[in-house]
Design a protein around this ligand. Structure first.
Ligand SMILES: C[S@@+](CC[C@H](N)C(=O)[O-])C[C@H]1O[C@@H](n2cnc3c(N)ncnc32)[C@H](O)[C@@H]1O
Length: 253
């Protein structure tokens, strides 16, 4: 990639660190319930919500947008037997995904907005904190809808207040407005309160493993966890003015 997209180098470093840091693995297990090398907010409760929309048949195909090293997809495969597909712009992440999952699995390095898949290939498309990187949200949403089979489901966890600015509510996000503009109905659940509790847990857990991060020479990642969770040092009412998190479910008719 000649012109590096936003955060490219940071994510390459992040996925390199997740390969060897025991402190980060322990942190993920304790904070999120499973180690999927999460860079964000996807704990096991959010991921298990997705299990409700993944059909339990042998030829189900699931695509994860911004899949990182594929561990979340590996969990979905273990639970449902689905074929797993993922793409991410991080070469480090995709190398790890390919080394971890070979059966019924396909991983590609590629950019949101550039990578493409055949029409009607997937039963489920998921995006955990990755829609923000679409250069043209409306165009990307219609591309995803083309990738889905009829009755297929798009499952999106979406945060406001960090990469995306906070808007009024779940119907005013850039993602929701793109769905509206395309005439696509959706269901949405507001999980801001749950996220506040998760961020508190994330902060407490990071502090618990601080010495381990230090011993590994990985304090920059500990510091990042502190920055990412700084909001929860305020009461919930103030947090909710600045941040929100939603789970969208969109069905292709
Ligand atoms: C906030 S992280 C979320 C990762 C993972 N889905 C999770 O929930 O932990 C965003 C992911 O999208 C990838 N990413 C960021 N910008 C991208 C882009 N323009 N094209 C493809 N992948 C991108 C990053 O490498 C990273 O894995």
């Amino acid at each position: 990639m000649d012109n590096k997209p936003l955060f490219y180098n940071e994510y390459e470093q992040f996925y390199k660190m997740t390969e060897c840091s025991k402190a980060f693995k322990s942190f993920c297990q304790s904070a999120f319930g499973e180690d999927f090398s999460q860079d964000g907010f996807s704990d096991i409760n959010q991921i298990n919500r997705m299990l409700d929309v993944v059909p339990k048949c042998v030829d189900t195909h699931v695509l994860d947008i911004g899949c990182g090293n594929g561990k979340m997809l590996g969990y979905l495969q273990k639970k449902t037997g689905a074929y797993i597909h993922g793409f991410d712009y991080s070469q480090n992440a995709i190398n790890t995904a390919k080394s971890l999952f070979a059966e019924k699995a396909e991983f590609r390095q590629g950019l949101i907005g550039e990578i493409d898949y055949p029409e009607g290939q997937f039963d489920v498309v998921t995006s955990m904190d990755s829609m923000y990187f679409a250069p043209d949200m409306k165009k990307f949403v219609s591309q995803i809808m083309r990738w889905l089979k009829k009755d297929g489901v798009l499952f999106v966890c979406y945060q406001e207040g960090d990469v995306m600015p906070k808007t009024e509510n779940a119907c005013t996000t850039v993602f929701a407005k793109s769905l509206d503009a395309l005439g696509i109905p959706y269901e949405v659940e507001d999980i801001t309160a749950e996220t506040y509790d998760l961020l508190k847990k994330k902060r407490e857990t990071a502090v618990k493993y601080k010495n381990d991060f230090e011993a590994e020479g990985n304090m920059e990642w500990f510091d990042l966890l502190m920055i990412q969770t700084d909001f929860v040092t305020e009461p919930y009412e103030l947090f909710a003015e600045k941040m929100a998190r939603y789970v969208y479910t969109v069905r292709k008719r």
